[in-house]
Design a protein around this ligand. Structure first.
Ligand code: ZN
Ligand code: ZN
Ligand code: ZN
Length: 547
């Protein structure tokens, strides 16, 4: 009895004491900038720490909150699904962006995640603007903010890549802008958003800014001080057309002729510089953060990914790209302090996936990668299907490690899909380099709570995905250049930093997942979660903020 009284009195006291401290839920940041760095591995924060400036990554970490064990919870870990998962708070299982390109089994053709044949380009005569978010099946944080503010709070998407601008900005964005290379060299959009580029975009495109980046790319600091990465001249880089060795310096003006003219800029860290230039022009041009309704700028730096693919995650080129990105972040924070005001904006920074070491490099140092002989593999698979099922065309399409079965054929031949899946699974598991295999039937009847099954299941969309999912051996990659897409730590472990209004200082090794970002930001803003969210608000940080 005594205990109960005490408990009641504590609770009552607790409420009274807290009542004075409760945050006004409508006292929100004037501007949210959600930064997604393409192909940023978590270890880049530590690896290049000594060379980072005080104002960029270090400031975000020293003043903000650092989730050190943040992971993608699904595969394939590609750009389209990555951005969509960050902003919808759920995985491909629910938002439907299962890859960058996938086989649409209903239309029997391959589709691109942001492609939309029903809209037109704005700002270019090419088809580069025929894009929209129509394939995203859920709302984004940006959509929820628009709904919450009665559409007074703006959303603007900015990136070099169309998908990295369009998917984050959601269905209700005021605008999303992306870069068109080739002979264009400018930022464009689509009729999904508007009929004509705003004056400030036209002014930016005519300013000569883009052209100014066709200059020499050399290392920011003495190359001999870049001891955190491998040697500049090595066997595991692709490099640019028209230059024998992938070594500094790179004369971009000269190289642009053989590398798609203005398309070379995104292939260098200058693509990130250009993205920041445009983002600041957008804040100015759209008056972002100027009134009490929260505006959201979705900002993705994509050149990091292109440099990673080209030169590999261990290259001097990647190191230089991150040191330059750090300077851009410092400039952005300084600009926001001045323009929107310290404490008036909130930032999060993460990645759309990580990236693996170059396969050829790992082999060279004795680490196995499970290289597959694809020609032999395909031949044997076709022969197996012919023998088992009477036709090699029982598999309609193979893409993104998924096999799509031919349902018309199975119905005609009276074949049970689950049995076909199992038989093909057993064949696949006998092949060199194949690590694990999951079937539609298994994913439908099993609830994986951890491990690789959990990751595959979160990436499996009942309507859009294939019928058999394969997982290649850890470390699998190309002979030259890095890639991503796997279920493994090098692709799933990415930075997650929060900074600014509503964010306490701290750090944790407690696991967070990419799908937790949107509900956490929704909690900070006091708005509803995106409609298909399966992530959770990161209470270890949020509870500290309300203490
Ligand atoms: Zn990416
Ligand atoms: Zn190099
Ligand atoms: Zn990539």
């Amino acid at each position: 009895m005594k205990k109960i009284v005490c408990l009641v009195c504590c609770v009552v006291l607790g409420i009274t004491a807290k009542a004075q401290k409760v945050k006004n839920p409508n006292d929100n940041a004037k501007l949210v900038v959600g930064i997604v760095v393409d192909q940023m591995r978590y270890d880049y924060l530590n690896k290049f720490w000594d060379k980072y400036s005080e104002g960029g990554f270090k400031r975000l970490i020293k003043e903000g909150f650092n989730f050190k064990n943040n992971h993608f919870n699904y595969a394939p870990t590609y750009t389209g699904p990555g951005h969509t998962s960050v902003w919808t708070g759920t995985s491909p299982m629910n938002h439907g962006i299962i890859a960058n390109n996938w086989y649409n089994k209903f239309e029997k053709r391959s589709v691109y995640c942001a492609q939309d044949d029903n809209v037109n380009s704005v700002g270019t005569i090419t088809d580069a603007g025929k894009m929209s978010p129509h394939r995203v099946q859920a709302t984004t944080l940006t959509d929820q903010n628009r709904l919450h503010t009665q559409f007074r709070g703006k959303t603007i998407g900015v990136s070099i890549k169309d998908r990295a601008s369009i998917l984050p900005a959601g269905h209700t964005a005021n605008a999303a802008y992306w870069y068109s290379g080739g002979e264009d060299g400018k930022f464009i959009t689509s009729t999904y958003y508007m009929e004509e580029l705003p004056k400030w975009v036209q002014k930016f495109n005519n300013s000569g800014k883009v052209k100014s980046y066709l200059k020499e790319w050399n290392t920011l600091y003495d190359i001999d001080s870049y001891i955190e990465s491998g040697i500049d001249n090595n066997d595991f880089e692709n490099g640019y057309e028209g230059k024998d060795k992938a070594t500094f310096p790179y004369n971009l003006k000269k190289l642009s002729k053989k590398n798609g003219h203005y398309s070379i800029i995104p292939e260098t860290p200058y693509g990130d510089d250009l993205t920041l230039d445009f983002a600041i022009a957008a804040i100015e041009g759209e008056d972002l953060g100027a009134d009490e309704d929260t505006d959201i700028l979705t900002l993705s730096f994509s050149s990091t990914d292109k440099v990673g693919h080209n030169f590999g995650v261990n290259s001097k080129e990647v190191e230089d790209t991150y040191l330059r990105l750090d300077k851009n972040l410092a400039d952005l924070l300084t600009y926001l302090d001045d323009k929107v005001g310290k404490g008036n904006y909130t930032i999060f920074l993460t990645a759309d996936h990580g990236g693996g070491h170059v396969g050829g490099y790992l082999e060279s140092v004795g680490i196995p990668t499970g290289i597959i002989d694809y020609d032999k593999f395909e031949k044997e698979l076709l022969a197996f299907n012919e023998k088992q099922f009477g036709s090699s065309s029982i598999i309609e399409n193979v893409s993104n490690g998924q096999f799509f079965l031919n349902y018309d054929y199975m119905a005609k031949e009276n074949l049970d899909p689950a049995t076909v899946e199992t038989k093909i699974k057993h064949f696949l598991l006998q092949q060199e380099g194949i690590y694990k295999v999951f079937t539609r039937h298994e994913l439908d009847i099993t609830n994986y709570s951890n491990g690789i099954g959990y990751i595959i299941q979160n990436g499996f969309n009942q309507k859009r995905s294939g019928d058999i999912m394969i997982v290649l051996q850890p470390g699998n990659g190309y002979e030259e250049g890095s890639t991503h897409g796997s279920v493994f730590n090098y692709d799933t472990h990415t930075p997650l930093l929060f900074f600014g209004k509503g964010v306490p200082h701290g750090e944790t090794y407690q696991r967070s997942e990419i799908i937790d970002i949107a509900p956490t930001m929704a909690a900070i803003l006091g708005i509803e979660y995106p409609n298909a969210t399966t992530g959770k608000p990161l209470s270890i940080m949020l509870d500290k903020a309300s203490e």
